[in-house]
Ligand binder design. Sequence first.
Ligand code: 0O2
Length: 230
Amino acid sequence: LIEINKLAKEEMNPELKMKIVKDIAKPYTALLTYYECAIDEVETKLNILNKEYSLNTEQNPIDSIKSRVKSIESIVEKAYRKNIPFTIDAIEKNIRDIAGVRVICNFPEDVYKIKDGLLLQDDITLIEEKDYIKNPKPNGYRSLHLIIQTPIFLSTGKRLMTVEIQIRTIAQNCWAALEHQLRYKKNINEKKSISLALKLLAEESAGIDIKMEMLKKRIYKDNILTDKKN
Ligand code: 0O2
């Protein structure tokens, strides 16, 4: 970036300038492409698990998957904030959410089914796990976070890529989206009362998730009996 900034001030043929900028940016562009490939790998694994689980049960465990590669602006902002040198090695090592995959499941037990199915695969390495479902954050946030490594296979060989996977239920996801909006709220008094309401809502919502799961199990049990009769 420093190099690009310096270059911007130089008097030079614009086409040549653009070529130099592209050359400087090339390793970073390549890195982001590798992260996109890692997301493809993880999404394929998740889709296969979802299909396989649906062979034995009435319902797919996964409702939807949302993935993103962090924007260059967010990477630079995080690198500055965390004092990380702006080199490919340091960024790869220290910023572990450049590739982010969010898996939205129907029920709480689906979250752990997906985690177990994924971590059983011998090319996936678990780097770190944070279980904010079993240990919710003080604000009520619930989600299972995994930092994993997955290989991508390039023409030059295998490359290990780090991916952050967040797995949570539809209700937990809905709550997290609402809570995220609170960050942009300016009125401090209102912010405090909304935070409190959100915390209570997170607990109510967790209770509903469990009750719905229990009902699903009762419905599924009946279906097995019906299937056997047929
Ligand atoms: P964004 O903009 O959503 O990406 P890290 O700084 O990521 O290395 P951290 O914060 O300890 O380490 O990681 P953690 O706790 O696993 O959280 C990572 C991500 O989880 C966050 O990314 C959020 O997406 C989500 N998250 C964590 N806590 C909360 C919360 O209280 N509310 C909501 N709505 N989301 C949460 P970013 O980069 O902070 O934000």
